[in-house]
Design a protein around this ligand. Structure first.
Ligand code: COA
Ligand code: AMP
Length: 635
């Protein structure tokens, strides 16, 4: 079958508003849009102005009323605890209505923020959808973040209430959430009045009197009382959620997602990009704390009438490297989405794919990889094991759905390994040099998207419009800066090679080395530091800190290095995977005083490097090399 991609992309480009007006017909609006795009609103324009809608209505009620009441909506599969449970669309709505009633009783109303700090349990999804139902704005915080990170988000989002759980479960350890939650609330300036806490049997917790509510008790009472909660009409342009993502400082950026454009973009993507039909099973093995979890565990599959899977486990070790295949076979998964790092972990433990052979994967059609560059070796290995197309696609928390990919529903284009294929309708992707001029085809440069961004992308940052402009829009006027470096080849395929800022990708998790440097610098014995991302065969990248100690520090370096590792774990959380610190005498700098992080990274990666012309003192690079010797750091 030949692909319709070129025709559809050209159709979008010739009349973007007609394209999105057509896509918007797939959504049930309470009031239809007055304008498809209003260039005069917001920072760069707003989509579907004048419309009212409710995202929860579109993901639940219209399916319950439209014949999917008894279809499974959500499967919870938790190899780490041994639990399995499923919910039909009708049951999921009952749960969401009950929790929405509880939140409303606690005063949560349209526009209020609710922080959700939860492990991968169905109640996390109930909470997100309960907020959407009330028109409240959820902000999910990933469970691997520490109290300080949670406190920062509490102060920025100023939530009325927090939904949390007593604990998370990681391989070999229970992560007590409650001390982190209480610590964050104590640290934050904004005072949270109430918490709704899920007591998990693996480790229940004490509840704070007059503040904490036991989720099971209060939702059971709401169900018993038969309290109904209507879907609150909100403007298409009202925020559905705020999701914090790493910026170039320790202060994370609150990416805002609207209701209307988000629904239109995600619904369009499910068939055209992911090739999945309503009623089929779609599985994104990510976490609800990340954008992939928001878009492709929760919102997109449910908007589309699919069955979605909430997987609480790891690709390896829960219990083995065959877990993914077991889930696919057992639940009849048609398409799966995960990060390349998960496949590198599986390949490391089962290089010959012995586990794959044990399961019936005949219903499985497509594997999607994103979150970091998919190295050709991993893609080829996955293709060989699974015998299905493996689709690398590129997107960001900010865009909420793929910027580029090989579109399965429109018809596959030839695969080019190492490329997340072609721009999707809505995205006019270009590559510019640092002065803002288009580079010749095939030349590396700054990857940008011509404004306006399509529906589904961030309209702004939460309470930080100036930061939105300065971080994304001012460097290349008229364009959105992706902060990725890459190129476009002669066939229009994109190659995304690296970030142009200090963001690193650790096991598919987006982290800021600048944020880590801020923490390292807090150690009383540290005079100066630099954190760089170095290559790791499984996680893609891992952070490595280089520190210069204060003059006169008498203690041994290794002792201090251990303290610094512990400090980052305590402040940012285990997800930072910050395990290496190297004490050096000096940091290499340019004559103008800029730390040469890129060169340090190349030395640690044993990549070829050239002496920067502007270096202040070349001898320092030899010192770095010597300090790394025998440390077992890097590849
Ligand atoms: N709550 C608490 N701690 C968490 C956590 C959570 N939700 N998620 C991860 N952590 C902890 C881990 O237990 C680990 O702790 P440790 O230092 O005590 O071992 C640490 O954070 C680092 O986690 P991670 O980088 O995930 O490494 P890992 O060795 O536990 O697992 C993989 C490696 C590849 C198996 C795992 O990262 C993975 O499945 N990645 C898929 C990526 C993904 O889903 N990306 C989302 C975007 S698509
Ligand atoms: P996040 O916001 O966590 O989704 O991270 C977004 C960043 O991850 C992008 O800016 C890229 O640097 C990187 N990324 C995501 N997907 C890909 C991909 N398919 N290929 C290359 N890099 C990717």
């Amino acid at each position: 079958m030949s692909s319709r991609y070129h025709e559809v992309y050209a159709g979008w480009k010739s009349d973007p508003e007609a394209f999105w007006a057509e896509a918007a017909k797939a959504i049930d609006w309470f009031t239809p849009p007055e304008r498809i795009f209003d260039a005069g609103q917001g920072v760069y324009g707003r989509w579907f102005t004048g419309a009212t809608c409710n995202t929860c209505f579109n993901v639940l009620d219209r399916h319950v009323d439209g014949g999917r009441a008894d279809q499974t909506a959500l499967i919870y599969d938790s190899p780490i605890t041994g639990a399995k449970k499923s919910f039909t669309y009708a049951q999921l709505r009952d749960e969401v209505v009950a929790l929405a009633a509880v939140l409303r009783e606690q005063g949560v109303a349209k526009g209020d923020r609710v922080i959700i700090y939860m492990p991968m349990v169905p109640e996390a999804v109930f909470a997100m959808l309960a907020c959407a139902r009330l028109g409240a704005v959820h902000s999910v915080v990933f469970g691997g973040f520490a109290a300080k990170e949670l406190a920062t988000r509490i102060d920025d989002a100023q939530p009325k209430l927090i939904v949390s759980a007593s604990c998370g479960v990681e391989p070999g350890r229970i992560v007590a959430y409650k001390p982190l939650l209480d610590g964050a609330i104590a640290m934050a300036k904004h005072k949270v009045e109430h918490c709704v806490v899920l007591q998990r049997e693996q480790q229940p917790c004490d509840l704070v009197p007059n503040r904490d509510l036991d989720m099971a008790e209060v939702t059971a009472a709401a169900k018993k009382a038969g309290i109904w909660v209507d879907c609150e009409p909100v403007a298409a342009t009202d925020p559905l959620y705020v999701l914090y993502t790493s910026g170039t400082t320790g202060q994370p950026k609150g990416v805002v997602r609207d209701n209307g454009g988000h629904m239109v973009a995600l619904e369009w993507s499910m068939w055209n990009e992911f090739g999945v039909k309503p009623g089929e099973v779609f599985w994104a093995a990510s976490d609800v704390g990340w954008v992939v979890g928001h878009s492709y565990i929760v919102y997109a599959p449910l908007l589309h009438g699919c069955t979605t899977i909430l997987f609480e486990g790891k690709p390896v070790g829960t219990p083995d490297a065959g877990t993914f295949w077991r889930v696919i076979a057992e639940h009849g998964v048609a398409a799966m989405f995960t990060a390349p790092t998960a496949f590198r972990a599986i390949k490391g433990q089962d290089p010959k794919g012995e586990f794959v052979k044990k399961y019936d994967l005949s219903g499985f059609r497509t594997l999607f990889l994103a979150g970091e560059r998919a190295d050709p070796e991993t893609i080829k290995w996955a293709e060989a094991q699974l015998g299905v197309p493996v689709i690398d696609h590129w997107w960001q928390t900010e865009t909420g759905h793929p910027i580029s990919q090989n579109p399965v529903g429109l018809g596959l284009l030839p695969v080019k390994y190492g490329s997340p294929a072609v721009p999707m309708p809505g995205f006019d992707v270009q590559v510019l040099d640092d002065a803002g001029h288009a580079v010749p085809t095939g030349t590396l440069g700054n990857v940008v998207v011509k404004l306006p961004l399509p529906p589904g992308c961030l309209p702004t940052l939460w309470n930080a419009e100036d930061r939105f402009r300065s971080a994304y829009l001012s460097e290349f006027p008229g364009y959105y800066k992706t902060a990725d470096a890459g190129l476009i080849d002669e066939d229009g395929y994109l190659f995304i090679m690296a970030r142009t800022d200090d963001i690193i990708n650790v096991a598919g998790h987006r982290l800021s080395t600048g944020g880590m440097e801020e923490v390292v610098a807090e150690h009383p014995d540290v005079a100066e530091c630099a954190v760089v991302g170095i290559a790791d065969p499984m996680k893609g990248q891992v952070p490595c800190g280089f520190v210069v100690l204060n003059a006169g520090v008498a203690r041994e370096g290794p002792e201090i290095e251990k303290e610094i590792v512990a400090l980052v774990r305590e402040r940012i959380g285990p997800v930072a995977a910050f395990k290496s610190v190297v004490t050096v005498k000096r940091l290499p700098k340019t004559r103008s005083g800029k730390i040469l992080r890129g060169t340090m990274q190349k030395i640690a990666d044993k990549e070829g490097w050239t002496m920067p012309a502007t270096i202040d003192d070349p001898a320092i690079l030899d010192e770095i090399e010597a300090a790394l010797k025998g440390r077992g750091i890097g590849v």
